[in-house]
Write a protein that binds this ligand. Structure first.
Ligand code: NCD
Length: 318
């Protein structure tokens, strides 16, 4: 993994993703031992698009391993506003930092950056395309709840068209296999063809597309709720018409399995009523914490910085 960029999780093997999951649980149990794993390293966060948890999560991950952080959040005061290209910006930042985390409103921007950079680039979201580190958070949360990331019925609900976290998650779960996807959306926000193609190309996975959450919630192991992505709509009226299509509340939760896990990449707008937060099946704040652990695992791995004590742990487990 050392020196690699992560534009989608296809850039990592399933063994490497499993290794990151093991590293994250090691970090969770040994925060003090890893507190200097990245001493002297510098992470640059280049965020061309709004973010709260993703940027802070990347940054906290580096700080918790002894490294430092530079970067920008919004391009107003940067040379981007003078017309600098992504390639030039990342070439410049490559002279300062050891690893880049980038978010951009355009699909494909992370790939352009990864090709131009001299250091690893981690995609923190490129338009409506992919969001690989959110998927790492999702996988870690599912694994923590169920002890596995296969043999599950996974419902994804809301904006499956523009929701990049949905695309990354489906693509990756397909690689591990044995997942039945229940794709719950209005017709206008259905899962894009290139993502459906991934399910169809995975012999152990299949899917159904439905409109109604209530009809299917009782069959789900995981319910992945999403926000309707207002910023990617061309028409405000369409957004207003579709934004409240699905609202998960305590009444709907009564129909769900006692073991179901509710995930959401956050931020939520209306799609999960706050009354659900106290339900032990709500996993979305735990998901934020696990996202930080997974970013610690990823950043240290791409930099080639070992986690003190980790290999011994692996030997003990083996
Ligand atoms: C998501 C994103 O930016 O794609 N947020 C996140 O990173 N946790 C989801 C969203 O904005 O709805």
């Amino acid at each position: 993994m050392v020196g690699k960029s992560v534009v989608t999780l296809d850039d990592l093997t399933t063994d490497q993703i499993s290794l990151l999951l093991r590293k994250a649980s090691y970090i969770e149990s040994n925060p003090r031992r890893v507190a200097h794993a990245c001493d002297g390293r510098i992470l640059a966060t280049l965020f061309y698009e709004p973010s709260t948890r993703t940027r802070l999560s990347f940054e906290t991950a580096m700080l918790r391993m002894g490294g430092h952080v530079i970067g920008f959040s919004g391009t107003q005061n940067t040379s981007v506003s003078k017309g600098e290209t992504i390639s030039d910006t990342v070439r410049v930042v490559s002279q300062f930092a050891d690893v880049i985390a980038m978010r951009h409103p355009k699909e494909g921007a992370a790939l352009v950056a990864a090709r131009a950079a001299e250091i690893p680039v981690i995609n923190g979201g490129d338009g409506g395309h992919m969001h690989p580190t959110q998927t790492l958070a999702d996988l870690s949360t599912i694994e923590k709840r169920f002890g596995r990331i296969t043999d599950l019925v996974v419902g994804l609900c809301g904006d499956l068209k523009f929701g990049r976290t949905v695309h990354s998650l489906i693509e990756t779960l397909c690689r591990f296999g044995n997942v039945h996807f229940v794709l719950i959306s209005p017709d206008e926000l259905k899962t894009p063809r290139y993502v459906i193609d991934r399910i169809e190309a995975s012999p152990s996975c299949d899917y159904e597309e439905v409109h109604d959450l209530q009809d299917v919630i009782g069959r789900l192991d995981v319910l992945y709720m999403t926000r309707v992505q207002q910023e990617r709509f061309f028409n405000e009226d369409d957004y207003l018409r579709l934004r409240d299509t699905y609202i998960l509340d305590a009444d709907k939760m009564k129909l769900a399995k006692p073991t179901m896990a509710v995930l959401h990449p956050l931020p939520r707008v209306n799609e999960i009523a706050t009354e659900v937060d106290a339900d032990p099946r709500a996993a979305y704040f735990q998901q934020v914490y696990r996202g930080m652990l997974m970013r610690m695992a990823l950043e240290s791995s791409l930099l080639g910085d070992p986690l003190p004590g980790f290999s011994q742990t692996q030997e003990v487990q083996a």
